[in-house]
Design a protein around this ligand. Sequence first.
Ligand code: FES
Length: 104
Amino acid sequence: MGQFYEVAHKDDIPLGKMKSYEVDYDMVVICHTEEGYFALEDVCSHDSAPISDGTINRHGHIVCPRHGAKFDCKTGEVKAAPAVVGIDKFEIKIENDMIFVYKD
Ligand code: FES
């Protein structure tokens, strides 16, 4: 049965940045964009690079550091090749300025 895991304080992740955390044995990247905070699996679907080593562009897309694939921070869907498959996203909630990630 899944549960929410307390992962980070909101202030740990400045606007336009992302950070990687281990959550229940998986690496999860939390992104902070103009639209809020979002959590994705921290593994590029193209060749398994940690996408948290990349950047978030002005469209709210993560740019993979290895070959430049782009993923929507909000949904995990692919926005640019060479990746063709999206990245899993996780539900989050924020309570008392702490970010929680839901894992099954
Ligand atoms: S590993 Fe991310 S684009 Fe290739």
